[in-house]
Design a protein around this ligand. Structure first.
Ligand code: SAH
Length: 251
């Protein structure tokens, strides 16, 4: 069995119990070394074999999976955050499926929720936004038509922008066009949950300057929206007057 496991955003204890147990009994671990903390590998057996996929092709990864499975080994494919978000797991799963190799997917804590936890905010505030947009700016990989940052920004939903910090000027420009102004709160969280995590608050006006001054150009979440600042209505769920399935309201 091949287990695709979400390693979480960085801190080694933010993997699931299930993911850790799979690492403990793995014979082979293929990990995304560019973002996954090597600390996770300390939980593996002494004779576990490790492959860092950072320098490998899809074909090489599949080759290792296939030969390991032929020998009856337990294989963990360790991805950063949650494997279902920018994990490039679908192409691996589809090849495995065509070869009749069984696989499972164990979710993980994505860096977008980890980043929001680090800044102690909530993406979904009752009258501010009830929608979270996860996206990226186009770079060497394009994004489909209709998903341009400028058009997404027009929704004024809470946003978590992955893989885009190196293009911060372009991100700011597109968001400002979509929002129609530069007074939009932004938080950049660099290496959320790692020891060298950094948090920078600003607005579309000054965020680019602030992050450049810190030299941040990789591994960051750009969180955008009014959920970061200002007033909001309290939730109905915990309102004494509001009745729901589990609680009778006072009115
Ligand atoms: N599957 C991962 C995302 C992989 S894409 C997840 O669920 O988080 C890689 C991008 O994720 C990076 O460019 C960065 O934007 C973001 N990222 C990953 N780990 C991060 C962390 N600890 N802090 C901030 N952003 C992170």
């Amino acid at each position: 069995m091949i287990s695709f496991v979400g390693a979480g955003p960085g801190n080694v204890d933010l993997i699931t119990v299930k993911g850790r147990a799979l690492l403990e009994k793995a014979d082979v671990v293929i990990y995304a070394g560019s973002l996954v903390s090597e600390e996770h590998l300390q939980f593996c057996k002494e004779d576990c074999i490790f492959y860092n996929s950072a320098s490998m092709t899809l074909e090489e990864v599949i080759e290792i999976m296939e030969t390991s499975i032929d020998k009856g080994k337990n294989v963990v494919r360790l991805h950063t955050g949650d494997p279902t978000i920018y994990g490039a797991i679908r192409e691996q799963m589809d090849v495995l499926k065509s070869k009749g190799i069984a696989y499972e997917v164990i979710p993980g804590v994505s860096s977008f929720t980890a980043a929001c936890a680090s800044i102690k905010k909530e993406f979904t505030l009752p009258n501010i936004s009830q929608t979270v947009i996860l996206t990226r700016i186009e770079g060497r990989t394009s994004v489909p038509e209709g998903e341009d940052l400028e058009s997404l920004a027009k929704h004024k939903a809470s946003m978590a922008i992955f893989l885009s910090i190196q293009e911060i000027d372009k991100v700011v420009e597109k968001l400002a066009k979509g929002y129609g102004n530069y007074d939009v709160p932004v938080a950049v969280v660099y290496k959320a949950t790692w020891e060298d995590e950094e948090i920078i608050f600003g607005t579309l006006k000054d965020i680019a300057c602030k992050i450049k001054a810190k030299g941040i150009n990789k591994m960051a979440q750009i969180l955008v929206g009014d959920f970061l600042e200002g007033d909001y209505e309290r939730s109905k769920l915990y309102d004494p007057k509001f009745t729901h399935k589990f609680r009778e309201g006072s009115q």
